[in-house]
Design a protein around this ligand. Structure first.
Ligand code: HEC
Ligand code: HEC
Ligand code: HEC
Ligand code: HEC
Length: 170
C-alpha cells in the first residue's frame, strides 16, 4: 500500500497541473453512480435531476433560465442541477484512493454544500410561493441517509463476530 503522504502528493500534483481545484472538470452524475448508487437513485427522483426538462424548448437555450436550471451546461455540457453543481467538479476527488481520504478529497475540490450555496438559486427571484426553508429543503433532497445506512451495514458485516487474532491483521 502506498503511503498517505504519497497519495496526498500525487493527488495534489495532479490538481496543480490541472490548474488547481476549482478548475476541475466535471465527470457527470453517471460517474458517481457506480460508487454511490443510493445517492444517485435519490437524486434521480428529485426535481434537481429534471431541472432542464421542466423548461419549454426555447427556454432550454435561454441563459437567463440555465443559470439556475442547468448552471453547468455552457462549460461542462451537463444538464440540470447535478451532483457536481453542489459537490464541485469530480475530476480530482473521484478516484477511489482520494475519496477514501476525506481531507484529501476536500483539498482537491470536494465541496460540502452550504445553505449559502442553495440560496444562489433558491433566492427571491425563483418562483417558489414559500420562502426557502433550508432545513425542510434538505429533508426533501436527502440522498445521504441511505448511503450512511449502507456504510454502517458494510462495517457491521466486515466486523468479525469474534475478535481476530492480532496476526491476522496487516
Ligand atoms: C471509485 C468510487 C467513487 C467514485 C467514482 C465517487 N466516489 Fe464519492 N466516495 C467514495 C468513497 C469510498 C467515499 C468514502 C465513503 C466512506 O466514508 O466510507 C466517498 C465519499 C463521498 C462523499 C462524502 C465525503 C465525506 O467525507 O463526507 C461525497 C460527498 C462524495 N463521495 C461525492 C461523490 C461525487 C459527487 C462523485 C462523482 C463526481 C463521487 N463521489 C464519485 C467513492 C467514490
Ligand atoms: C444551481 C442552482 C441550484 C442550487 C445550487 C440548488 N438548487 Fe434546489 N432547485 C433548483 C431548481 C432550478 C429547482 C427546480 C427544478 C424544477 O422543478 O425544474 C430546484 C428545486 C429544489 C427543490 C424542490 C422544490 C419543490 O418545489 O419541490 C428542493 C427541495 C431543493 N431544490 C433544495 C435545494 C437545497 C437544499 C439546495 C442546497 C443544498 C439546493 N436546492 C441547491 C436549483 C438549485
Ligand atoms: C435564480 C435562479 C432561477 C432562475 C434564474 C430561474 N429559475 Fe426556475 N426555478 C428556480 C427554483 C429554485 C425553482 C424551484 C422553486 C421551488 O419550488 O422551491 C424553479 C422552478 C421553476 C419552474 C417550476 C418547476 C416545477 O417543478 O414546478 C419552472 C417552470 C421554472 N422554474 C422556469 C423557469 C424559466 C422559464 C426561467 C427563465 C426565464 C427560470 N425558471 C429561471 C430557480 C430559478
Ligand atoms: C442540491 C445540491 C446537491 C446535489 C444535486 C447532490 N448533493 Fe450530495 N449532498 C448535498 C448536501 C447538502 C449533503 C450533506 C447533507 C448533510 O450532511 O446534512 C450531501 C451529502 C452527500 C453525500 C454524503 C453521504 C455521507 O456519507 O455523509 C454523498 C456521498 C453525496 N451527497 C453524493 C451525491 C451524489 C452522488 C449526487 C448526484 C447523484 C449528489 N450528491 C447530488 C447536496 C447535494
Amino acid at each position: 500500500m502506498r503511503s498517505r503522504a504519497f497519495r496526498v502528493f500525487s493527488a495534489l500534483l495532479l490538481a496543480a497541473c490541472g490548474g488547481l481545484a476549482g478548475a476541475a472538470d466535471f465527470t457527470g452524475p453517471d460517474s458517481c453512480k457506480g460508487c454511490h448508487p443510493e445517492a444517485y437513485d435519490a437524486w434521480m427522483k428529485s426535481k434537481h435531476a429534471r431541472a432542464t426538462e421542466t423548461l419549454a424548448e426555447g427556454q432550454k437555450k435561454d441563459a437567463r433560465c440555465l443559470s439556475c436550471h442547468a448552471p453547468d451546461q455552457a462549460e461542462q455540457t451537463l444538464a440540470a442541477v447535478t451532483c457536481e453543481t453542489c459537490h464541485g467538479g469530480g475530476q480530482y476527488y473521484s478516484p477511489s484512493y482520494v475519496m477514501k481520504d476525506p481531507e484529501l478529497a476536500r483539498l482537491v475540490g470536494l465541496v460540502d454544500p452550504s445553505e449559502k450555496q442553495c440560496r444562489t438559486c433558491h433566492d427571491a427571484s425563483s418562483p417558489s410561493l414559500r420562502p426557502f426553508d433550508f432545513k425542510e429543503a434538505l429533508k426533501a433532497i436527502d440522498h445521504w441517509s441511505a448511503e450512511r445506512a449502507r456504510k454502517q451495514q458494510t462495517r457491521a458485516d466486515a466486523a468479525p463476530s469474534t475478535p481476530a487474532p492480532a496476526t491476522a491483521k496487516k
